[in-house]
Design a protein around this ligand. Structure first.
Ligand code: NAD
Ligand code: TYD
Length: 350
């Protein structure tokens, strides 16, 4: 069998870098092309350990650049695409929704068109794998779970843009026979996550004894999944998922924000040798996020029953691994929190 050519978009970001590493290391017969615009969230330091592998190529480029993407697909004839590139932070989407339409909707369309044009509707052994989020389903009350049949009901510009891109992927499947799978995953955490999202932001603030800004009353619930377990699920769906299907991915692991923050404080105090309760004192309730979804919870039984996937890491273990990584990678943290991060932080939290 020849070398299979796979395009991974957004591979320099948080989840993408774990997916790129897994594929590069596990599949020497695949050539992995990592296409990333290196926005504030993209960071090649995430992939230092694999950058010189012979089955890996990094390409700096923007998925919204139509002529560039068209030419790239003509040159490389990617057999599969795993599409992760996106604007991914809800708070930023509230301040600048158009940036989310541009990358998440328009960028996805450009990729779909380029993939379609390069195979001219002859799709045997081809796949467009679109990575999405559980946030497209909107907000749950105190009970219930999102299944693959839950209607889309997005509330933030971020989730609306992801929902829109999901619809276009599905529409290209229905209309043009383009082979696709979509996965909708819950909140990820782990090493290399940019410290604008809850867990790495709070780890960084605890390290620097800065306030921990909890939105509203902190009684919002999320399901949390360790990023490497997400990458394992993506590998499985890529190889075994059924054409035109959607799979929900979740951690079977719901936490109210405030309980999660307290656990994180406890674990950080123990790691840093600080007295018990000292990080709790940093918890500060701040103005709520507008349109804040109350609860996300995933029914991941389809991927479990059909593909045999379950998370391998408990939340407590995953959090410890995450904290350990941030503590031993302070240089990474320094690099990403210098410069523009400071002005973002000022605008968001002042
Ligand atoms: P991230 O923000 O860490 O990384 C996004 C990457 O995309 C960055 O490397 C960035 O440089 C790149 N990118 C952004 N715009 C681009 C453009 N126009 N062209 C090319 N590259 C561009 O995001 P993440 O948390 O790793 O999320 C990856 C994907 O997974 C996204 O599609 C997101 O919607 C989805 N997702 C994330 C989570 C989560 O909890 N983080 C959960 C479910 C699904
Ligand atoms: P986040 O990590 O931004 O992910 P998402 O909004 O995609 O779920 O936020 C997770 C939860 O934490 C969400 O309910 C918002 C809350 N949150 C805070 O309370 N304070 C913060 O500073 C941030 C970034 C998030």
């Amino acid at each position: 069998m020849g070398i299979k050519s796979i395009l991974i978009t957004g591979g320099a970001g948080f989840i993408g870098s774990h997916v790129v590493r897994l594929f590069v290391e596990k599949y020497p017969n695949y050539h992995i092309y990592n296409l990333d615009a290196l926005t504030y969230a993209g960071n090649l330091e995430n992939l230092k350990d694999i950058e010189s592998r012979t089955n890996y190529t990094f390409i700096k480029g923007d998925i919204t650049d139509e002529s560039f993407i068209k030419a790239l697909f003509e040159t490389h004839r990617f057999e599969s695409v795993i599409h992760l590139a996106a604007e991914s932070h809800v708070d930023r989407s509230i301040k600048d929704p158009l940036a989310f339409v541009r990358t998440n909707v328009f960028g996805t369309m450009i990729l779909l068109n380029a993939f379609k044009a390069s195979w001219k509707d002859d799709y045997s052994n081809k796949l467009f794998y679109h990575i999405s989020t559980d946030e497209v389903y909107g907000s749950l009350g105190d009970t219930g779970l999102f299944t693959e049949r839950t209607s889309y009901d997005p509330n933030s510009p971020y989730s609306a843009s992801k929902a829109s891109s999901d619809h276009f992927v599905r529409a290209y499947g229905e209309t043009y026979g383009l082979p696709y799978v979509i996965t909708n995953c819950s909140n990820n955490y782990g090493q290399n996550q940019f410290p604008e999202k809850l867990i790495p932001l709070f780890i960084n603030n605890i390290l620097n004894s800065k306030p921990l800004p909890v939105y509203g009353d902190g009684n919002y619930t999320r399901d949390w999944l360790y990023v490497k377990d997400h990458a394992i699920a993506i590998d499985l769906v890529f190889h075994k998922g059924k054409n035109s299907e959607t799979y929900n991915i979740g951690g079977f692991n719901e936490w109210k924000n405030i309980d999660l923050v307290k656990l994180l404080c406890q674990q950080m105090d123990a790691k840093l040798g600080r007295s018990k309760g000292s990080s709790d004192a940093l918890i500060t309730y701040v103005k709520d996020r507008p349109g804040h979804d109350l609860r996300y919870a995933i029914d991941a039984s389809k991927i479990k029953d059909e593909l045999g996937w379950v998370p391998t890491v408990t939340f407590e273990e995953g959090l410890i691994k995450t904290i350990d990584w941030y503590l031993s990678n302070e240089q990474w943290l320094d690099h990403v929190t210098s410069g523009t991060y400071q002005s973002y932080y000022q605008k968001q939290y002042s």
